[in-house]
Design a protein around this ligand. Structure first.
Ligand SMILES: [Cu+2]
Length: 624
């Protein structure tokens, strides 16, 4: 194991300065596996996916402030696709066509933290993946039938949904608790009035899978603590949500010191089934368009559990009986029992009350504290299929495997370096697969070719199928993933082409139906893209010409009538900052004002055939 020495004395200072020096940079994945199941396979063989075969898992990883979703194959760790969610992407035209531009709402970035795959009975069902935007109070959803963003919604009354995204066990709700407390509606209020006027708000979002629409069901007003991570219960705890908090000190400045004074912060326990009933019974106030429930006025469904200071992750065990909080500043994992919490709630056994929220007695809820010697900075817990938990240790740069039922430490492996989250195969479900875990490392200096002072981050693949963990492979990654979920490939069912829907608005399926219609200053183009040409108006002298007057509003509806897999066409207009794509069978619309007079080539930007180079046309803008 690597030795670590904090830059300043004391764990707190060392962690906060985030300047940790490692004595040994030489340990990395070794050439041979020590794992029993794979004793005869080298690490290279374990991750090699031969030509013609597919990876067994999809890893859906947050792209941090790139606003994108990264899709990796496991175990090869090959990047399969980048899916833009909160940021425009010229490669796919996302944020350029009318629909997606409207969905982005004028933002050009978002801070994507925690992907959550939709669940049925506590299992990933492979239909959708939800994501939070911490920067702009948004939630997004990617349709896993086409790996495109289907909807984005901005949430009122929030200060950054960091603690989400997590879904309840049948995707009844997507839970989005706030990181930065703000006054409701973000109205002006001096920081001296923090405790009284600022609030932490939890948004309970629903998703209509047929209409592919997000909606706000209700919000919960909570004290101005910071909500860090959350998880939803399963089975016996299926009606509950758990969330960690920090800054129960109400610090408003120098938070790295001032928000770490109390020995204990809280886990907030919410019963969403009960809250749902209260909202249905009208026990809410309308606040900026949201149904807001205040626990001080409507008791009986929100409780607090004291926990070691400044916790980060809280994760529910696959069987739903326990929740495990990880320390960040306290070097231990705490295992709490849902059953014991339910007993305390039933018998009204509360040690105190904070903001009208009953606080359950720590000693009566806790099952055990797990404190591996020398392991520091536990952040997150993942699970296997054999009753074991795996914790990332940010400061001591390792993953610790331990037995949930006994707290016994079974194994430890170094990672390189400073792991945040990790993702195990099917690791957040009621039945994890126990095959692989990927450590998402925040720092990876000296591991890859340098690209300058800022080095690539890394993701390390660890075989967890045997008794001992085996560090198998490491891959660099763009900045800066936070979390990922890993789903078996059998659960993902992608469509081959978009259905040929002749009634689809603005679609054209035959060359002879293409046309350019003028309505005052608006020019509507109903065109097609096919190998290897554009047809905007079949009856015109030049069917691939769009001629407008300077100042016209131009609306181009383009349908790709090549109904073959993977024959995607692009549509770029020179000097206009415009490029969008139409996948097979898709109709997309782009709008712009022809401000500049002149001659502008149009070309297909997505290689489609041998005569792709010829797939072009002209936009002619006649001067005023
Ligand atoms: Cu083309």
């Amino acid at each position: 194991m690597k030795k670590w020495v904090p830059a300043a004395s004391g764990l707190l200072a060392g962690f906060m300065a985030a300047t940790v020096f490692f004595a040994d940079f030489s340990t990395g994945p070794k050439g041979t596996a020590s794992n029993d199941n794979n004793a005869n396979k080298s690490n290279a063989e374990k991750v090699y996916v031969p030509y013609g075969e597919l990876d067994e898992y999809y890893m859906l990883s947050s792209g941090g402030h790139s606003g994108q979703l990264f899709v990796y194959g496991l175990p090869s760790m090959r990047k399969i696709r980048t899916v833009p969610v909160f940021s425009p992407d010229p490669a796919t035209g996302y944020g350029f066509d009318t629909k997606t531009k409207e969905m982005l709402g004028g933002y050009t970035w978002g801070d994507f933290h925690h992907p959550a795959i939709s669940e049925t009975n506590g299992e990933y069902d492979g239909k959708f993946v939800f994501a939070n935007d911490v920067a702009n109070n948004r939630i997004g959803v990617v349709d896993l039938s086409n790996f495109h963003t289907a909807d984005i919604m901005e949430m009122p009354n929030m200060g950054g949904p960091h603690a989400g995204t997590f879904v309840t066990q049948n995707t009844e709700y997507i839970v989005m608790p706030t990181r930065f407390s703000v006054p409701i509606g973000k109205e002006y209020a001096p920081l001296d009035e923090f405790e009284e006027k600022y609030k932490g708000v939890v948004s309970m979002v629903t998703f209509d899978q047929e209409k592919k629409k997000l909606d706000m069901s209700y919000q919960i007003m909570l004290p101005p603590w910071s909500y860090d991570l959350s998880d939803a219960g399963k089975k016996v705890s299926g009606d509950w949500i758990v969330m960690t908090t920090y800054n129960t000190e109400f610090a408003t400045t120098n938070n790295e010191i001032n928000a770490s004074q109390n020995d204990r912060d809280y886990i907030v326990l919410l019963n969403w089934k009960e809250l749902e009933k209260k909202v249905a019974a009208g026990e809410y106030e309308e606040v900026n368009g949201a149904k807001m429930i205040d626990p001080r006025k409507h008791k009986g469904s929100i409780y607090a559990v004291p926990v070691a200071k400044s916790p980060h992750g809280v994760d529910v065990t696959p069987d739903g009986t326990r929740f495990i909080a990880s320390g960040k500043l306290a070097p231990l994992m705490t295992v709490f029992s849902f059953e014991k919490a339910f007993e305390a709630i039933k018998s009204g056994d509360f040690e105190t009350e904070k903001f009208g929220i009953p606080v359950l007695p720590y000693d009566k809820i806790v099952e055990r504290e797990v404190d591996p010697p020398g392991a520091l900075g536990p952040l997150h817990t993942q699970f296997d299929d054999r009753g074991n938990a795996y914790n990332t240790m940010f400061i001591s740069s390792e993953i610790v495997k331990w037995k949930i039922d006994t707290g016994e430490i079974l194994d430890r492996t170094p990672v390189h370096y400073s792991p945040g989250h990790s993702t195990a195969t099917e690791g957040d479900t009621a039945s994890p697969d126990g095959k692989w875990i990927v450590s998402l490392n925040k720092i990876a200096k000296d591991n890859f070719l340098s690209v300058g002072p800022s080095h690539p981050e890394s993701m390390e693949l660890i075989d967890i199928s045997g008794d001992k963990m085996s560090l198998t492979y490491t891959a660099p990654v763009d900045p800066e993933p936070h979390y990922a979920q890993t789903i078996h490939r059998d659960k993902i069912k992608t469509i081959k082409i978009y259905e040929k829907d002749e009634k689809r608005e603005h679609s054209v399926w035959k060359q002879e139906d293409t046309r350019i219609e003028r309505k005052g200053n608006e020019v509507h183009v109903y065109g097609i893209a096919m190998r290897s040409k554009f047809v905007f108006d079949a009856k015109a002298k030049r069917p691939d010409e769009i001629k407008v007057n300077q100042g016209d509003k131009v609306i181009i509806h383009l349908t790709n009538i090549d109904l073959d897999q993977d024959i995607t066409h692009g549509f770029g207009i020179m000097d206009h900052d415009l490029n969008y794509e139409v996948q097979p069978g898709q109709t997309s619309t782009i709008e712009f004002t022809a401000e500049k007079a002149g001659t502008f080539p149009i070309y297909c930007t997505n290689f489609c055939s041998a005569l792709h180079q010829e797939m072009s046309g002209y936009l002619l803008v006649e001067p005023k």
